[in-house]
Design a binder for this molecule. Sequence first.
Ligand SMILES: [Zn+2]
Length: 480
Amino acid sequence: MKLLDCPRPRFQLLPDKVVRDRRYPPVIKLQNGGSLVFTQYLQSIGRSGFTDWLIKAPKRGVVVYRDRKSESTLEIKGSDFQKDMRGWIYFGPDTFTKIDGALVLMDSGLPNFTTSLIAKNTAALLNVYTERLGKKLPASPSIYVVWEERDKPGQSFQADVVPGGVIRFGLRGEAWATESAERSTRIISVLAHELAHLWNAGVFMHEKTSESWLYEGNAELLSVAALYAIGALDEAAVTGRVSHAFSDCAIQSAGRPWGGMKERFAGQIPYVCGFALNFLAAGPASADGLSSDVLGFWRAFWDIHPSYSQRDLESYLAKTRGDLVSNNFSRVFTDATTPLNQHLVRLLQTQGHSASTQVELSKSIRSRVASNVFREILRDDCGPNSSAIGREAEYEVVECVGLKKGTKLAFVNSINIYDRTMDAVNSISSTCARDQKVRVSFGSDELVLNCSPIVAERLKWVLQLPKVERLAKFGELFTR
Ligand SMILES: [Zn+2]
């Protein structure tokens, strides 16, 4: 086969009606008349590697790539794509707002509360990261905020960060038209998380994508520290976020050791368990005479390891905090039997934080505990024929001792029902002995379980979800 260099390839781009890649759609039509085009789908490779691109601005508009903006043409060197092919090019009218330290394009028609939250907090957060992590961004970031499917029901949010400091926030669904406290919190949390990646996956580089707990959990921790620094969170809110990370991780890990969680590199685990682990690594600032807050800890670590891995973190802990701390930390990953959660709670307590184990949880956590646990109990005790039907929370018991065929159990749709379940669960956990049958009642229905050690064990971890009451030395860990 003869490889021919096409001297001047021409591309015609049409917006895709079908969403093929939710995170990186090829073309996004903006309401302001412009388009965002994702570079990865257009790569052309010549004899000498990636080809150079010459991009013309539309009439009376601009073309933007990373932090460069032009009314005529922009040239992108093929070598820019050598390491990473991802990037966004913007074509369209110049509706950028220049805020302190960043170029921001908010699409036309975005709800006011979203644009003002982003405009207000971006500059402040960039300042905190720049000063407290001690390194400036190599170029000022470009931020695109778009609102897709604004006429369709639903509410979701995605954000992506690509090389060159480009962040795209995609709101999706009509619910964003209405302001709510939950939606506002979500926006600033995701904003702070994505901006943290400009440092932990841009200025500094993680070596292994498999260690996602390290940079996703880190972005969670740094974002909480930065939001506290700018006054967007108070002490109670920070403690709540840390507490949620530990209890969410307990739910996700479901009594398994780190190595036993096959899905530990994906889904929620890198975020929630990673948050807890990053928090524990930073430790209470002056427990061992060191004085640095959470952001200062990572700054000092990255000073020595600008390109970093889990191994680097473990050796850094050994050097700065001693063998005991670093061995305890490393054990979390190597222990093949002890559940991850037990390690995390022990480390929390070793660091002097006040943590209890409670069942008094937020509504969403309660629901997830109930649905996860009972789905497994049904499968184990009622056989593979038991199945979930309809909404996630409802189960049809196909065949199980003491229950009529077709009985629907609504475990989690109502907190009242769940509370009754918890009473039953409480009584099981105190009386359950091997080979006994135990009854859990739901109103007039009753579920009879074989009291296997597995059931007893699972009930135990449900009841022992950690709750952080108070963080030791809060004022040293988180500072303004
Ligand atoms: Zn992330």
